[in-house]
Structures are given as C-alpha cells and as structure tokens.
Write a protein that binds this ligand. Structure first.
Ligand code: C5P
Length: 244
C-alpha cells in the first residue's frame, strides 16, 4: 500500500482528444484527486506535446498506453517515453515474462542514465494489465482462456511480479486474491470504479470507490463518472469527500 490518503489515490482518466480540455480538467481537479490518466485516445490525438502540456498543470500523470509487442520493441518504447516523466506506465501481462522483464529493465536503465548531463528521470511504476475490466467470463472463453477470471488474473499478476513489474491493473473484484498472492507492496491500480448511481457504460466488473479502497487498491482509476458529469469538479469533490 502506498500511504496516500484515499482521495490522493484517485487518478482521473482524461479520455479526450482535446489537449486544452485535458489541461483544464487536470488543473481544476488538482485539489480533489491525486493525478490524471492519459491513454491511447489522448496520446493518439495529441502525442508527447499534448502530454507535456497537461503535465504543466503539475498533476502526476499515469500514461496508459498498454504496450504489447516483442520484448525489444516494448523496451525501446519505454525508453522513448521516459523523458515524459510519467508516474505510471502500462504493458500487457499477456505479452509474457520476457517482455515484462525487458520493460522493467528499460525503465530502470533509463532512470539510471542521466541524459543530457543533468536531467534526471524518475523511474515510473511499470504496471501490467491483466484482464480488462470490460471483459466477463464469456469474453474470456471467446479468446481461449479458462474461467474463472480471478484465477487467470492471479496467474498473470504472479508472472508480472516475478518478471520485475511493480504491480498490475485489475478489477476491484480481484484485489483480495492478488494481495494474498503477491503481498502488500505490489501496486494495484484499479479501474472499473462506479460511484453509487452512475452509469456502468462498457464496464462489466465494477465497484464503488470506497469499496475498492477498503479492499486495498493503491490507486483507483475513475473516468466517465467524473469527466461526463454535468459538473466534473463537483463530481470529483463528492467522491473525494466520501473517501476521506
Ligand atoms: O470511464 P471509465 O471510468 O470507465 O474509465 C476507465 C479507464 O480505465 C479507461 O481509460 C480505460 O482505458 C482504463 N482501463 C480499464 N480497464 C483496464 C485498464 C484500464 O477500464 N483493465
């Protein structure tokens, strides 16, 4: 567990293609959440320049690109992304042990080599995506994996841990089983969070912010319940207040 107060563990997913919208939200959410998440939608549209712009808000950023490729390519991608100084980066655990090892090592090496003589990269947490929270047991069977989801997720989490990753992304329902298998220091980043009364959207395995924190999430990722609320700042404030 990471010692942060509960509301500082909220990372708000800014799934937008507009740099200014992301920056404004990041700035306005600063007093209520611990950081923001930028993913494929934002990075595809705005790239590293957009990332740097949002970083000027002062918010820590989880760069969620869910890398999945051969070990050499993933390692090179991690090295290339290091100058952005993200708080967290993601790779898919289904890419295998060698790929995860290469990813973790690339982050460590880039953080040790001080580039340009004076800029020091802080090593981000490298975290593995297990089974997406938009998938249920029948989706798992469709891709040839055997249910139950929890057993599959624990297996992936153990592999991530022995391969040198700092933690995994998992649904709130798998927190307890992963904690038991991987111990208290393994970081659990948990999306699929829905405050009481908000729409599930495409998420299938959801839980409230409080339940997820009580079960032991290090970070909870909340997107649409904040960003698509009539008043996103108030939505974040309400969640933060409920948690703290
Ligand atoms: O809007 P919502 O709260 O569903 O956003 C959740 C965010 O977490 C999205 O950006 C999604 O890409 C991400 N995510 C997820 N499930 C995972 C990994 C990441 O929903 N397993």
């Amino acid at each position: 567990m990471n010692g942060l107060t509960p509301s500082r563990r909220i990372l708000c997913a800014l799934d937008t293609t507009d740099q200014q919208t992301a920056f404004d939200l990041a700035e306005n959410l600063r007093d209520h959440v611990g950081g923001v998440k930028l993913g494929l939608e934002f990075f595809g549209a705005c790239g590293p320049t957009g990332f740097d712009h949002v970083a000027q808000s002062g918010m820590p950023i989880f760069l969620d690109l869910k890398l999945h490729d051969i070990p050499n390519t993933v390692a090179k991608a991690i090295s290339a992304l290091m100058p952005l100084n993200p708080l967290i980066m993601t790779v898919h655990t289904s890419g295998g042990g060698a790929m995860m090892k290469a990813a973790a090592q690339a982050a460590t090496e880039a953080a040790q080599n001080i580039p340009n003589g004076n800029i020091n990269y802080v090593r981000p947490l490298i975290v593995g995506v297990t089974i997406l929270t938009s998938m249920d047991e029948s989706d798992l069977q469709d891709i040839g994996l055997r249910p139950p989801i929890s057993a599959q997720v624990v297996r992936m989490a153990r592999l991530a841990q022995v391969s040198g990753l700092d933690g995994v992304v998992c649904s709130p329902f798998e927190i307890a089983a992963i904690r038991e298998a991987c111990g208290p220091d393994f970081k659990l980043v948990v999306p699929g969070i829905r405050p009481v009364g908000s729409s599930r959207g495409d998420q299938k395995r959801t839980m409230t912010p409080r339940e997820a924190i009580e079960r032991g999430a290090d970070y909870i990722v909340i997107g649409r319940p904040i960003t698509e609320a009539d008043d996103p700042i108030k939505a974040a404030q309400d969640i933060a207040r409920e948690l703290d």
